[in-house]
Design a protein around this ligand. Structure first.
Ligand SMILES: NC(=O)c1ccc[n+]([C@@H]2O[C@H](COP(=O)([O-])OP(=O)(O)OC[C@H]3O[C@@H](n4cnc5c(N)ncnc54)[C@H](OP(=O)(O)O)[C@@H]3O)[C@@H](O)[C@H]2O)c1
Length: 253
C-alpha cells in the first residue's frame, strides 16, 4: 500500500543515532520515512519530508503509540540501542535492566505494535544487531546478552510471521563511527579512531541492499565489518574471509 505521495512507508526506530540517521537519509530517497526520537524536534535535522515520531523505548510497552497514518509498513528498521560496559562483578541490576529495556523490551514492544501495519504492507523488518554477539562478551555482558536476546527475538519473529508476508533480516555491523563507538573506545581504555571504523553510510548501504531485493529473496543475516583489526585483536586473529567490508552469508530464497 502506497502513501498519498505514491511511496511505500518505512519506519526507523532510533533515527537520531549515527547509524539510524544514515539509514533514514538513505530510505528517504524512496520511502515516506517515520523517524523516531525521544526528544521532540530531534528529527528536524534529518531532512525534509521526514515524519517525526516521538518514542522512548524504555517506557512501558503500553506507551507505544503508533501514528494513525501509519497503516501499512514496507520497511521497519530497528536501529536504536544503548551501550553498557562493565564486568559482571560491577554491573548493577539497574545497568542490566536499563540495557535490556532499550535493546530488547522496547524493540519487542514497538515491533508488536507495528505488526498489523507490517502484515498489511508485507513488510521487511531489518534488525541492526552487532558482531558483539560473535565476539568475547567479557566486560560487556549486559550489552552482548541483550543483543543475543534480540537475535532470538528476530529469528522467532521471522519464523512466526513469514507466512503473513513479513520477513526479518539481521544485520551485524562491526565497529561503526558513531557516538556509541566513542563510548565503546572509552570503556575499553583505547582511542576512538573513526577512520578504522565502518561509516554509518556503509551500514545504510547494507540496509538498502536488503530493501531492494525482490520479495521472494529473504536475507537472514548480513555481517558487515571494517577491513581492519579492532584495537584488541592480535595480528592474524581475524579470519581472512572476514576482512572484506561486506560479507553476505546465509542468503536464502
Ligand atoms: N556504533 C557501533 O560501533 C555499532 C556496532 C554494531 C552495532 N551497533 C548497533 O547499532 C545501533 C545504532 O547504534 P549507533 O552507533 O548509531 O548509536 P548512537 O549513535 O548512540 O544512537 C543510538 C540511538 O538509539 C536511540 N536510543 C537510545 N536509547 C533510547 C530509548 N530509550 N528510546 C528510544 N531510542 C533510544 C538514540 O535516540 P536518542 O537520540 O533519543 O538518544 C539514538 O537514536 C544500536 O543498536 C547499536 O547497538 C552499533
Amino acid at each position: 500500500m502506497l502513501t498519498a505521495a505514491g511511496r511505500p512507508s518505512a519506519a526507523v526506530i532510533g533515527a537520531t543515532g549515527g547509524i539510524g540517521a544514515a539509514i533514514t537519509a538513505e530510505l528517504a530517497r524512496t520511502h515516506d520515512v517515520w523517524a523516531t526520537a525521544r526528544q521532540p524536534g530531534a528529527t528536524g535535522q534529518l531532512g525534509a519530508g521526514i515524519r517525526p515520531w516521538r518514542l522512548d523505548l524504555a517506557a512501558p510497552a503500553a506507551e507505544v503509540s503508533v501514528p494513525a497514518e501509519l497503516e501499512s509498513l514496507a520497511v521497519l528498521v530497528l536501529a536504536a540501542g544503548a551501550w553498557s560496559a562493565g564486568p559482571v562483578a560491577a554491573a548493577t541490576d539497574d545497568d542490566w535492566h536499563d540495557t535490556f529495556a532499550v535493546n530488547l523490551f522496547g524493540q519487542v514492544a514497538v515491533t508488536r505494535a507495528l505488526l498489523p501495519a507490517l502484515r498489511r504492507g508485507r513488510g521487511r523488518v531489518i534488525v541492526i544487531n552487532s558482531t558483539a554477539v560473535q565476539g568475547s562478551p567479557g566486560g560487556r555482558s549486559a550489552y552482548t546478552a541483550s543483543k543475543a536476546a534480540l537475535d532470538v527475538f528476530a529469528r522467532a519473529l521471522h519464523e512466526e510471521e513469514r507466512d503473513n508476508g513479513v520477513q526479518v533480516s539481521n544485520i551485524y555491523p562491526g565497529r561503526v563511527a558513531t557516538d556509541m563507538q566513542k563510548a565503546v573506545a572509552i570503556s575499553e581504555g583505547g582511542a576512538y579512531v573513526p577512520e578504522r571504523c565502518l561509516s554509518p553510510e556503509a551500514v545504510a548501504q547494507t540496509v538498502r541492499f536488503v530493501v531492494d531485493l525482490a520479495p521472494v529473496a529473504h536475507v537472514a543475516e548480513l555481517v558487515v565489518r571494517p577491513p581492519y583489526r579492532s584495537p584488541h585483536e592480535p595480528p592474524g586473529s581475524q579470519p581472512a574471509r572476514d576482512s572484506v567490508a561486506f560479507a553476505a552469508k546465509n542468503a536464502s530464497a
